[in-house]
Ligand binder design. Sequence first.
Ligand code: ATP
Length: 357
Amino acid sequence: MIPKKEIDKVLAGYENDSITIGTIGSHSALQILKGAKDEGFDTLAICTKDRAEFYKDWNFIDNVLVIGSYKDILKKNVQEKLIKDNVILIPHGSFVEYVTPKSIEEKLYTPLFGNRSVLHWESDRRKGREWFNLAGIKIPKEFSHPSEIDRIVIVKFPGAKGGRGYFLARNEGEFNKKIKGIKLTMKEKNNFTIQEYIIGTRFYLQFFYSPIIKKVELLGIDIRYESNIDGLVRIPSYLLAGYEIEPGYVVTGNIPVVVRESLLPRIMEIGNNIVGASKRLFPPGIIGPFCMETVCTEDMNFVSFEISARIVAGTNLYLQGSPYSQLLYDEPMSTGRRIAREIKMAVDIGKLAEVIY
Ligand code: ATP
């Protein structure tokens, strides 16, 4: 892990009045760079050749840097250029997936918005559980051995993109049968997590924590539209009887949602507790956007099965702000713009290093 003081040294050489906000051209890059431009920053999209024309077309993107592959962002000459141009990088889901958490932790010297220590805590399920427990957040029960399965469970594998290979089972027999049939290596198969399947309504809570104003904000809520599970519910059960169609969880879109107002106090408690626990576990804790992936059960309890500790694609719904960001800001405030606003506020009070690692 590159020590924070190394990144601070790089940042100390930056000209604060000519900062460029940059990110990899994918995922939520348009939202991030539009937001950065709205806040008065120069903007940079870093992408492969096949996407360069697409990103050049937007008037809020000042520069496009073409690299051979996304991992090339780690190359010495690329990083030297980014640092020379005072670039602050904004991580998003594809950024972390393409560059990998390990390489970001060990090889990316360019200043990154947020606290990169969080990568370690969100990618390891065991650490994630420790974090949620400390925050007093309910998590699905986990079973260490298939023989313990006594209810519907979802079986997960690490590094699964969009739930690839995930399956549901009701008992050990079903588990054994299904695990045989999935297309994963033996090593991947042996790394399963058996988790209670929570029945309820899913909510993906989009938060932002500002260390500058010391406040957790709820910027939006969405529901992921997943294939084929969300299509299966449209087929009457009598037609499905006798068929063995395994549900998949590949995200194909996002749907906006508002919750009953009476659920909001608990939602804010979840956001505040997760930030509080992160400060204790990996000081200074989580910084900027994060998303709690939850299921709300019929007794109005939230159970959370994952955290994404960065901007999530579901925020793309709210370029003009969400019903919740409108309560906080009298102007369109996307998560992308909120990131740029945080950087701007930090620069103005000479505390940029507090939002960068
Ligand atoms: P990502 O990293 O994109 O968030 P992932 O591949 O890590 O996805 P999860 O987010 O853990 O996978 O799960 C994928 C989907 O499976 C969820 O969006 C949700 O629909 C469903 N799911 C996961 N865990 C549970 C659970 N315990 N109970 C009910 N549904 C679940």
